[in-house]
Design a protein around this ligand. Structure first.
Ligand code: SF4
Ligand code: SF4
Length: 352
């Protein structure tokens, strides 16, 4: 089977697990670490920013996982696919926060709420009292502007899109195999033009369209998917983004909206769309979807997957990540064995 057929087979079995490093996350050390840990844990797809340097470090993380897999008696059954994410201007996944230091009251609330430490205290020291956002770390989640009491201090900016095609081609040449378009915006025309471009750039494998119901009601959601399918045919994945970047909670309520969104799409399309659940996903996502009788083909986890291994500097990170993957796809597809894992030392401490 070629790589398209392998992924199709995993989707058909509902056995895709995607680790989301973050469309806006250009922290290369973190991406390498996540790629390493979640490759060993059995992830099928590693979703990264559409940045050649980020793609290269994700590959380094995967290679390192293959090198060290024998230390755990792990056989990695499917080499993870690298998916690069881009987004339409207006979609939160690709925006970067900007703080107007002239209006900022320096209350510090945004500092403590930022999940990626993008508003960096070290920079505060070196730059005086200005609150500055590190654009490599900012994932556009909106938590800072939600908590800020002062109007218009925090705004958002988007990348220049003129070099999109060239950039995506370079990412594919560097080893990426799938492209995701975050198109959670109201306008159909612009989104579909960009979707057409992405499919022309990567015609031989799956591409993913990430949509939510904050910007699209059910009628418009259905229309967008119908039109996207005309362009991609059977190579279309829809990422049902319940509440974008809302993960972190380990509850059924956190993952409820993605399951509800999948249910709506399934009813419109008779379960004939490849669906990946995201936006609030966690270790309970598969269980909730199955209990509700909602069909899906895979689960994508970002905030929660990153949070549960944050600060782990030893092999514990691999155990924790594996438990998360196993809670969403079948164990036998991940490893041949994990029996001797507790006795092994991966060298993780030295690497990260
Ligand atoms: S929450 Fe708003 S006012 Fe407070 S430090 Fe952050 S940007 Fe400034
Ligand atoms: S809270 Fe979210 S949007 Fe704000 S700076 Fe941090 S990552 Fe960026």
């Amino acid at each position: 089977m070629n790589r398209y057929e392998i992924l199709k087979s995993l989707l058909d079995q509902g056995q895709v697990f995607k680790i989301i490093c973050g469309a806006g996350n250009e922290d290369i050390d973190q991406v390498k670490r996540l790629s390493y840990i979640y490759t060993l844990a059995g992830a099928t797809i590693i979703d990264v920013s559409a940045n050649v340097d980020v793609v290269k470090v994700a590959i380094e993380g995967i290679e390192l996982a293959y090198t060290n897999a024998s230390l755990y008696d792990i056989t990695i059954k499917t080499r993870p696919y690298i998916m690069v994410s881009v987004g339409m201007p207006g979609d939160p996944h690709v925006r970067k926060a900007y703080i107007d230091t002239n209006s900022c009251e320096e209350c510090g609330k945004c500092l403590s709420i930022c999940p990626t430490q993008a508003i960096d205290t070290k920079r505060l020291v070196s730059w005086g009292t200005d609150y500055l956002v590190d654009t490599k770390l900012c994932i556009g989640c909106g938590k800072c502007s939600n908590i800020c009491n002062t109007d218009s201090v925090i705004s958002y900016r988007y990348d220049d899109r003129k070099l999109l095609k060239e950039n995506l081609l370079q990412c594919l040449e560097s080893g990426a195999e799938l492209i995701e378009l975050h198109a959670a915006i109201g306008e159909h025309r612009d989104s579909l033009l960009e979707w057409e471009l992405i499919n022309s750039i990567n015609p031989n494998n799956f591409n993913s369209l990430c949509l939510d119901r904050i910007n699209l009601d059910n009628v418009n959601l259905k229309y967008r998917i119908e039109e996207a399918r005309k362009i991609s045919g059977d190579k279309l994945i829809i990422q049902a983004d319940g509440i974008p970047m809302s993960g972190g909670g380990g509850t059924f309520n956190s993952t409820l909206q993605t399951v509800a969104m999948a249910d709506i799409i399934n009813k419109e399309f008779d379960n004939n769309i490849y669906l990946i659940l995201s936006g609030g996903t966690n270790s309970l996502t598969k269980s909730l979807a199955q209990d509700m009788g909602v069909h899906f083909n895979g689960v994508a986890i970002g905030s929660y997957a990153r949070k549960i291994i944050k600060g782990c500097v030893d092999d514990t990170a691999i155990y924790i990540a594996t438990d998360l993957v196993e809670s969403n796809i079948d164990k036998h597809l991940i490893w041949d064995t994990k029996t001797t894992m507790t006795d092994k030392n991966s060298g993780l401490i030295n690497l990260f």
